[in-house]
Structures are given as structure tokens and as C-alpha cells.
Write a protein that binds this ligand. Structure first.
Ligand SMILES: Nc1nc2c(c(=O)[nH]1)N[C@@H](CN(C=O)c1ccc(C(=O)N[C@@H](CCC(=O)O)C(=O)O)cc1)CN2
Ligand SMILES: NCC(=O)N[C@@H]1O[C@H](COP(=O)([O-])[O-])[C@@H](O)[C@H]1O
Length: 203
């Protein structure tokens, strides 16, 4: 049994509230891990939050060599696991294969609904409201070549009220998503799970 503290590398693109929740959980003794590095695909508030917290922060800009540059930086992070926290770049098959079953993502809907290319951030909540769906939520899943199609670790569900707007729905989902991410991180850090096809069986 590996008792060494796990290193997590967090990949970001946006405001960084999920990253902040992980930083705060570690500081509060609620997550037995360390953030070895934050990698951003652009300058963003999340990168600023990481720097403020004293976490090594690297911006890997999108361009001709983005995927190879990102692969090298992920290797350099010496991370056991990777969390995509509002990360908006699609990872290519080379990265997925190199870090198979070590990358997780949080998505702000009940996958497989309202996921895939083009479904990110407020676009997800706009689609949910437009659809008339009565429930939404968040999903934490392993990352595979299929965008938002990887094995689901856990989901949280909430009711979509008639008065909800995409903005109010985003706020409601953010409120439950951060604890969902922390629960999922605790599961993968513990190692007490197995992946069977597209199912994650938690011991
Ligand atoms: N190989 C994978 N890469 C990524 C996955 C995945 O499951 N497999 N998850 C996404 C995260 N994500 C939803 O959870 C997601 C992020 C971004 C997009 C998207 O359409 N992006 C736009 C660009 C947006 C921008 O840069 O402003 C695009 O690629 O055209 C869809 C889903 C992370 N990577
Ligand atoms: N498809 C990817 C996607 O939409 N991810 C979503 O971006 C937000 C990031 O917020 P944050 O930057 O404040 O953590 C989160 O709600 C996350 O589910």
C-alpha cells in the first residue's frame, strides 16, 4: 500500500474557483495531497490564484506545438494524478494514452447529457435551460479520447427551477461541484476503486 502523499497537477483555463476549493481543502486538512503544479493554457484568474497560493504555475500557450509542449509539462509536474478544472483545451490521444486513467475532469452537467465539443461553461447551462430539463448537476469522470465520455466517478444532481436562468443554474452547480471534486479526488487518492468498461466501481 502506497502511503506517500499524492501529487496532483491541476489544469485550468478560467476563473479558478474549483482550483481554489482544492487549495483551501488541502490547507484545511481535508485533502491529503499536494498540488505539484498548475498548468494553464492561457493567462487566467485561475493562474493568478495559483501564484497567490505559492503553487508552481506554468502557462502552456495553444499553438503549433501545444500538445507536445503540454505533454512535456505534464511529465515535468511529477504528478500522480491530473485534474482538469475548467480546462478548455481538448487533450490529444498521445496525452490520453501516456496518462491513461490518471486524468479526471469535472463537467457541469449530468453526462452523457449536455457534454462533448462545444459544451463548456455557460454554454452548458444555456443548453440545459433551453431544453426544459428539470434536473441538472455535475459529473466527475476519467478523461479519455472521447470528450466527456470517460468512466464516471461520481455525479451530483439538483433540481432546475422554473425561475432559473443559466446564471443562477451555474451558481447552484458551482455550490455542489466543488465538494464533488474533493470527494472524487479522495476516491482516486485512496485507490479504492476499479474501472470496469465505462463504470467506476468504488470499493
Ligand atoms: N481528450 C479529452 N480532452 C478533454 C476532455 C475530455 O473528456 N477528453 N474534457 C474537456 C473538458 N470539457 C468539458 O468537460 C470541454 C472543454 C472544452 C470544450 C470545447 O469545446 N472547447 C473549445 C475551445 C474553447 C476555448 O478554448 O475557449 C474547442 O475545443 O473548440 C469541450 C469540452 C477538456 N479536455
Ligand atoms: N466542459 C468543461 C467545463 O465546462 N468545466 C466547467 O468550468 C467551470 C470551471 O470553473 P472555475 O474555473 O471557476 O473552476 C466548472 O463549472 C467546470 O465544471
Amino acid at each position: 500500500m502506497d502511503l506517500a502523499m499524492k501529487n496532483i497537477c491541476i489544469l485550468v483555463s478560467g476563473t479558478g474557483t474549483t482550483l481554489q476549493a482544492v487549495i483551501d481543502a488541502i490547507a484545511g486538512g481535508k485533502l491529503d495531497a499536494r498540488i505539484s503544479e498548475v498548468i494553464a493554457d492561457r493567462e487566467c484568474m485561475a493562474a493568478d490564484r495559483a501564484r497567490k497560493a505559492g503553487v508552481k504555475t506554468v502557462v502552456v500557450r495553444r499553438g503549433r506545438n501545444f500538445q507536445s509542449d503540454l505533454m512535456k509539462e505534464m511529465e515535468n509536474s511529477c504528478a500522480d494524478f491530473f485534474l482538469l478544472a475548467g480546462f478548455l483545451s481538448i487533450l490529444d490521444a498521445g496525452i490520453i494514452e501516456r496518462f491513461r486513467n490518471r486524468i479526471i475532469n469535472t463537467h457541469p452537467s449530468l453526462l452523457p447529457c449536455f457534454g462533448g465539443k462545444g459544451f463548456y461553461g455557460m454554454r452548458v447551462h444555456e443548453a440545459v435551460i433551453e431544453s426544459g430539463a428539470k434536473f441538472s448537476g455535475c459529473t466527475v469522470h476519467f478523461v479519455t479520447e472521447e470528450i466527456d465520455g470517460g468512466p464516471i466517478i461520481l455525479q451530483r444532481v439538483l433540481q432546475v427551477d422554473d425561475v432559473d436562468t443559466p446564471e443562477t443554474l451555474e451558481n447552484k452547480i458551482h455550490a455542489i461541484e466543488h465538494s464533488a471534486v474533493l470527494q472524487a479526488l479522495n476516491i482516486i487518492i485512496s485507490g479504492n476503486y476499479r474501472i470496469v468498461g465505462k463504470r467506476v466501481i468504488v470499493a
